[in-house]
Write a protein that binds this ligand. Structure first.
Ligand SMILES: [Mn+2]
Length: 299
């Protein structure tokens, strides 16, 4: 393994959030992910669920070398004083059996509270446990997931033909949201449900994944940030040393960034003061009091 000091890092961040890589699923954009990981590094890496698509691999076992390498690269980031916190989602729910364990340095958490360099506290969760409401109950959720699965299977078939013909792939998520009002409403309700979860725990915002809709929305409070995915979008969220969140693409280009905040409110300043940004902390202080944990499902 390469020594941490030899990592070919171009950009180092205070924290980085990656979700929905779906390793083990053939449509995962693994080459893009490997490229991103080779050029981006952070003191604290959050794996925000659906990292390994265990659900999919149960039905069709596949673990190509590139997928194994991407998983290894992410888990190895806990070397050299860095931390990796793995928060399982619904496609890697089996990992929830390992909650609170420390596996060769990788910490497994049901969710976390991240303290930014500028003193904000953000709920970090995959998000599936909050989408019952968004999908209008368990039955609605089952229908949503079934339709979503069927369309994905159809588009996978189309993309195989497009690959063979050298044409660009179709992105399922964006197509869905443009064309199907019910999906657009679902996304809105999901975003509201996640922001409400942050508010319930008196936090400043939420960083999640699950619905494959990358976005940075610092206002209105509470803030809503979604990492996106590595099937349709190939995006990740990073935090700079100053506490600014950015949405990056696989090449490291900034797709969205937060507007500069004037200055810290006094209450926030006390939280931020004295923290060494390099050392800082998924404030593992960090589990909200009430468990958001009943959910199980598929996407
Ligand atoms: Mn998910």
């Amino acid at each position: 393994m390469t020594e941490p000091s030899e990592w070919p890092t171009q950009a180092a961040y205070r924290a980085m959030w990656i979700s929905d890589t779906h390793l083990g699923a053939p449509e995962a954009r693994v080459e893009d992910l490997l490229h991103f990981l080779e050029h981006h590094d952070a003191d604290l890496l959050y794996l925000v669920g659906d990292i390994v698509d265990i659900e999919r691999m149960r039905r069709r076992p596949a673990w190509p070398a590139a997928h194994a390498r991407a998983a290894q690269m992410m888990l190895d980031r806990c070397a050299g004083g860095r931390r990796v916190i793995y928060i399982p989602g619904n496609h890697d729910a089996a990992v929830r059996a390992l909650l609170h364990l420390d596996l060769s340095g990788v910490e497994i958490w049901p969710w976390a509270v991240h303290a930014t360099a500028d003193g904000r506290r953000l709920l970090v969760t995959h998000g599936d446990t909050h989408d019952d409401h968004a999908a209008r109950g368990a039955a609605g959720k089952a229908v949503c997931y079934a339709v979503h699965g069927a369309v994905h299977a159809m588009v996978r078939g189309m993309n195989r033909r497009r690959d063979a013909a050298g044409q660009p792939r179709l992105a399922v998520g964006p197509w869905f949201r443009r064309r199907v009002p019910a999906v657009r409403r679902y996304v809105e309700r999901y975003e509201q449900a996640l922001a409400a979860a942050a508010a319930r725990h008196e936090l400043d915002g939420v960083v999640c994944g699950h619905i494959h809709c990358p976005v940075l929305r610092p206002s209105p409070a509470p803030a809503y940030y979604n990492c996106g995915d590595w099937i349709d979008h190939a995006t990740a969220i990073v935090e700079t040393a100053q506490g600014e969140l950015r949405l990056l693409d696989a090449e490291g280009r900034i797709l969205e960034s937060e507007p500069p905040r004037p200055s810290l409110r006094p209450s926030d300043a006390s939280h931020a003061r004295g923290t060494d940004p390099r050392l800082h902390t998924a404030s593992a202080s960090g589990e909200p009091r009430r468990s958001p944990w009943p959910g199980r499902g598929r996407t």
